[in-house]
Design a protein. Structure first.
Length: 286
């Protein structure tokens, strides 16, 4: 009988709105929780100091209820974060490689297969992920037109420049976004005045070229940040950005001590100098 008054009190409180509901976690808390998640690969966690995911996503203005697309997630570095933070209230669309294209390099099929296996292995993290594709040349839309709050792409623009598909890709981003939606771009940064041919060869792209591509697709530059800058990167490497970690391509043919000696100066530089640009779709754009 002692439970009755408590139940009546609870019912009365519910009717009057006295019982407070737990406030949903804010964006920063969700990102930190995902960064600390045991689902993450250790090698990916070790790169947080170079990729600054908390600061980057906060700069782009990500909020938990957003519908967002990540273009070309690759092996899933950002998937490990974007999937869990969107799971409670938002939606994560991952537009992977179009592996059916005749022009798609074989390595992309391997990466895509491994990434899909990653999603299947952890349904408690990835079960709400909407997998789509976006190829070069384009193969269909990423999502229904005008459905997304945010499109994100990390270190991919140089690939599209080399393939000659960058204008079409940026147009696809604009099509996917709602009016006023956000495009977030992180890309290896070339020195001003770098030629287009050198951009294609080195993997470093000028900020001016990324801004030109975005504006031509109906975006305006909303802000830029030095979150992912690395002033120690001279950008004068025999194998472009791939000389630096994590690829260290210039040393891959060596072994043992010779490889360690070769890698040392590149490891001292760290990962590449990167631009971080935030664009907004014009109300009439796309």
């Amino acid at each position: 009988m002692r439970l009755l008054p408590v139940s009546l009190t609870l019912c009365g409180a519910l009717l009057t709105g006295v019982v407070a509901q737990a406030a949903p976690p804010d964006a920063a808390a969700l990102i930190r929780e995902a960064m600390a998640g045991e689902h993450r690969d250790l090698s990916n966690r070790e790169r947080d100091g170079y990729r600054h995911p908390l600061e980057t996503l906060q700069f782009f203005g990500w909020q938990p209820e957003m519908q967002l697309v990540e273009v070309w997630p690759g092996s899933g570095w950002y998937s490990e974060l974007l999937a869990p933070i969107t799971r409670p209230r938002g939606r994560y669309h991952a537009a992977g490689f179009d592996t059916l294209s005749e022009t798609a390099p074989a390595y992309r099929a391997r990466i895509q297969k491994a990434w899909l296996a990653k999603l299947v292995a952890r349904p408690e993290v990835y079960d709400h992920t909407v997998v789509t594709t976006l190829g070069t040349p384009l193969a269909g839309a990423i999502t229904p037109p005008g459905s997304q709050d945010m499109v994100l792409t990390f270190r991919n623009v140089h690939n599209w420049l080399k393939a000659g598909s960058a204008p079409e890709m940026f147009a696809a981003f604009a099509s996917a976004l709602k009016p006023g939606g956000i495009l977030g771009v992180v890309e290896h940064r070339a020195n001003p005045g770098t030629s287009l041919e050198l951009m294609k060869q080195s993997g470093y792209v000028t900020e001016a070229e990324v801004i030109r591509l975005a504006e031509a697709a109906g975006f305006e530059l909303a802000d830029r940040s030095e979150i992912n800058a690395n002033p120690a990167d001279s950008k004068a490497h025999p194998d472009g950005v791939w000389s630096l970690p994590p690829t260290l391509k210039s040393c891959q043919t060596l072994t043992g001590d010779e490889q360690l000696v070769c890698q040392a100066p590149y490891r001292a530089v760290g990962e590449s100098d990167r631009m971080t640009l935030k664009f907004r779709k014009w109300p009439s754009g796309g």
